[in-house]
Design a protein around this ligand. Sequence first.
Ligand code: NAD
Length: 250
Amino acid sequence: MGEMGLTVKGKRALVTGASSGLGLHFAGLLAEAGAEVTLAARRLKKVSAEAEAITKMGHRAAAVRLDVTDPASVTAAFAEHAYDIVINNAGISEEGSALEMDVSAFQRVLDTNLTGVFAVAQAAARGMAQNGGGSIVNIASILGLRVAGHVSAYAASKAAVVHLTKAFALEWARHGVRVNALCPGYIETPINTEFFATEAGQALIRRIPQRRLGQLTDLDAPLLLLSSDASAFMTGSVMAVDGGHLVSGL
Ligand code: NAD
């Protein structure tokens, strides 16, 4: 099968947390691959400007305000259209020792990363079920499959997203809705460049079998695969894209 298999031409897609980082990259990628993309985030001004920039490049993009922790906002964001592709990308982390972390900080992470994914996937699947089906991609993390220090809330939330992905896949297959999880390893973005230049950052990179960080473009083909009909027989799957980090030697 050639590259055509990964096409999303003519599909309507929505990306949550599309104002920066992976989400903004995924929105541009899907638009370039021919989808009509809605960039969803809390800061409407920011995503509107990004949507305009994508449109100026000759692709199709729009923006909508969305706070995944606010059920009314989720309902409103999905009121206008059904989507063929929804990327559940919005996520936050609270770092710190589990001995010291406030329960409220733990709860904040779960509200966004887990309850937010549930609310968005439910709204997306309701539309898809009436529309002949669709594909939901949940952006989890390798920290949903293994643990590291000082990110207990984040790791627990992402492990739950991996399991929720399978539960959704089981329930929604009959409606033509596929749900898969993408688990990126450490990806270089403007937010973490500084950390990875430090001694601790360099030590972390040495523990990755490929001895390098992922780049945003390393996620392109996996994201397009899970979004497009090329993965028609995949649902409930969990795909790691991590330079071998999960299989690092013990
Ligand atoms: P980021 O902080 O740049 O992006 C997260 C986005 O989510 C932001 O645009 C933020 O505004 C948005 N967001 C946060 N709370 C929201 C809410 N309540 N409603 C709507 N939007 C909200 O970080 P990123 O690195 O681009 O992360 C994107 C996703 O990828 C996250 O789910 C993260 O856990 C996951 N991830 C990132 C990496 C990495 O190395 N960067 C690795 C594995 C997984």
